[in-house]
Design a binder for this molecule. Structure first.
Ligand SMILES: Cc1cn([C@H]2C[C@H](O)[C@@H](COP(=O)(O)OP(=O)(O)O[C@H]3O[C@@H](C)C(=O)[C@@H](O)[C@H]3O)O2)c(=O)[nH]c1=O
Length: 189
């Protein structure tokens, strides 16, 4: 599977709007075949907060379907499959509550996001349960990855845990490569 941007259809009327945020069949038609088992939701109070870059190791590796419920984020996936021709490459997309864009991130990628507004809420589905013993991460500012975070010169707010994450070259990772390199995101119509 590959990293994908999905823009769901909003049905607006006098009351407001309705949107389907996940249906097994339609996402399978897009090549997203997963068995999601957990929904997560976080609030970051301050714009300029970075959560990441995170992954869970095999056999607890997670694919994620990420969206923003309030505010805006710059969402990032980093290819951490050692045999991948795009190992260490990253991709980023702005996800907004207003448009409901979603980023699908398969396992074999580290994930992180920067909040672009105060009180930003993010929700994501995952296809493996939380397993703290498999918790892994990579430093948000690893220069070999070189993520262009839109921080405008400010220092991000990070958790204690995220401040101590290793560089990619020191991380203990063993994700297989499935023949799908990281490719530029196609913006759906
Ligand atoms: C991720 C997670 C955390 N927790 C607990 C552990 C801890 O006490 C508290 C906060 O955890 P963290 O600091 O790891 O939360 P956070 O930094 O928001 O972690 C998340 O970041 C984004 C970028 C991801 O991709 C997620 O998979 C997850 O790693 O919540 C759970 O109970 N279940 C979970 O699934």
């Amino acid at each position: 599977m590959t990293v994908q941007l999905i823009i769901p259809r909003f049905f607006a009327d006098a009351r407001g709007w309705f949107v389907e945020t996940w249906t097994r069949q339609r996402y399978a038609d897009l090549g997203i075949v997963t068995d999601f088992c957990q929904d997560n939701h976080s609030l970051s109070r301050q714009a300029g907060t970075i959560r990441g870059l995170h992954y869970q190791s095999i056999p607890y590796a997670q694919a994620k379907l990420v969206r923003c419920l309030r505010g805006r984020i710059f969402d990032v996936a980093v290819d951490i499959r050692r045999d991948s021709p795009t190992f260490g490459a990253w991709i980023g997309a702005e996800l907004t509550a207003e448009k409901g864009e979603q980023l699908f991130i398969p396992s074999g990628y580290a994930h992180g996001f920067l909040t672009l507004e105060d009180d930003t809420e993010v929700a994501y589905k995952v296809d493996a349960y939380y397993a703290p013993e498999a918790d892994g991460g990579i430093a948000w500012d690893d220069s070999t990855i070189g993520i262009d975070w839109p921080l405008q010169g400010r220092a991000p707010l990070l958790s204690e845990k995220d401040r101590k994450l290793p560089m990619l070259k020191e991380a203990d990772i063993d994700f297989p490569y499935d023949g799908n390199p990281l490719q530029p995101l196609k913006v759906p119509k």
